[in-house]
Ligand binder design. Structure first.
Ligand code: NDP
Ligand code: 8X3
Length: 252
C-alpha cells in the first residue's frame, strides 16, 4: 500500500512543488485548494508524469464546513494519511498597523491560522487513531522575526510556529512527528497575492537577488518526511544565500 500525502494549497508555488516531489517518490496524493481547474490540471500532470494516484478536493480552508465536507468525503483508505503538508497560506497588504486593512487581517488570520487548525483537527485525529503520521507546517522567516508593516502576517506565522510546538507536545503519545519549515523569500505567486495582483510591485521584491524556488522548499519538506522513523526534524529555517534576515538582503 503506497503512503499517502495530503497537501493544502497545492495549486501553486510550494504546495504544487511538494505535490511533484511526493508523487515522484511514489506517494498517493490528496490535494486541496480553492481553484478547481488548477487542481484538475495538476492532478492530470502528476498522473501523466509519475503515474501517480491523485485525488483532489476543492475547499477554502477559511470555511470550517467546507474543510469538514471535503475531508469527510474521503474514504477509510484515504484517511490513512502518512504526511500532512499544511501549506495553504497568504499575505495580504504591507501596511503599518494604524493604516491596516482589517479585511486583509481577517483573511490572513482565517487562512494561515484558523484554516491550518481546521485541517489539522481532523487529520491529526485520524493520525492518532492510526498511531502514525507526520505533520509538516509551512511557517516563515516571518514566524521568527517581525519586520516593518509585516505585523499581522508575522503574527500569523508566529502562531504557526507556536502551534507546531504545541502539536509536537500533544501528539507525542501517538507517535506523530511534527515539523515546521520556515522559508525566507521564495518566488511564487505569494507576492502577487500580497500586492493584490500588482505584478510589477511583486517582481521588485526579488529584483537583484536570487530567491529560493518552490522546489527548494519541496526538497526540504521531503528531507523531513524521509528521515528514519526515529528522527524528527523539528524546525528548519531556510533562506536564499542573498538574504540574512527578513529585511537584510544583498541586491546586485
Ligand atoms: P502561492 O500564492 O504560490 O500559493 C499559495 C497556495 O495556497 C495556493 O495553492 C492557494 O490555492 C492556497 N490557498 C490560499 N488561500 C487558500 C484558502 N483560503 N483555502 C485553500 N487554499 C488556499 O504561495 P507560496 O507557495 O509561496 O505559499 C505557500 C506557503 O508558504 C504559505 O503558507 C506562505 O505563507 C508560505 N511562505 C511563502 C514564502 C514566500 O516567500 N513565497 C516564504 C515563507 C513562507 P488557491 O488559490 O487555489 O486556493
Ligand atoms: C514570506 C516571506 O519575508 O515576505 O513568508 O515574510 S516574508
Amino acid at each position: 500500500m503506497p503512503k499517502i500525502a495530503l497537501i493544502t494549497g497545492a495549486t501553486s508555488g510550494i504546495g504544487e512543488a511538494c505535490a511533484h516531489q511526493f508523487a515522484k517518490e511514489g506517494y498517493r496524493l490528496i490535494l486541496l485548494a480553492r481553484r478547481e481547474e488548477r487542481l484538475e490540471q495538476i492532478a492530470g500532470n502528476l498522473a501523466d508524469k509519475y503515474a501517480a494516484h491523485v485525488i483532489y478536493r476543492v475547499a477554502d480552508v477559511r470555511n470550517k464546513l467546507q474543510v469538514e465536507a471535503a475531508l469527510d468525503s474521503l474514504d477509510a483508505e484515504d484517511r490513512m494519511v502518512d504526511v500532512l503538508v499544511n501549506n495553504a497560506g497568504l499575505s495580504q497588504g504591507l501596511d503599518p498597523i494604524d493604516r491596516g486593512n482589517t479585511d486583509d487581517w481577517e483573511n490572513m488570520i482565517d487562512t494561515n491560522v484558523k484554516g491550518l487548525l481546521y485541517v489539522s483537527r481532523i487529520v491529526s485525529a485520524w493520525m492518532a487513531e492510526n498511531k502514525r503520521g507526520h505533520i509538516i507546517n509551512i511557517g516563515s522567516i516571518a514566524g521568527k522575526e517581525v519586520y516593518p508593516n509585516g505585523n499581522v502576517y508575522c503574527a500569523t506565522k508566529h502562531a504557526v510556529d507556536a502551534l507546531s510546538k504545541g502539536m509536537r507536545i500533544d501528539l507525542l503519545p501517538h507517535g506523530i512527528r511534527v515539523t515546521v519549515i520556515q522559508p525566507g523569500m521564495v518566488e511564487t505567486e505569494f507576492s502577487i497575492v500580497r500586492f493584490k495582483g500588482d505584478e510589477e510591485k511583486a517582481k521588485k521584491v526579488y529584483e537583484g537577488l536570487e530567491p529560493l524556488l518552490a522546489d527548494d522548499i519541496a526538497d526540504a519538506v521531503w528531507y523531513a518526511a524521509s528521515r528514519p522513523a526515529h528522527v524528527n526534524i523539528n524546525d528548519l529555517l531556510i533562506m536564499p544565500a542573498a538574504q540574512a534576515t527578513a529585511t537584510i538582503v544583498n541586491r546586485k
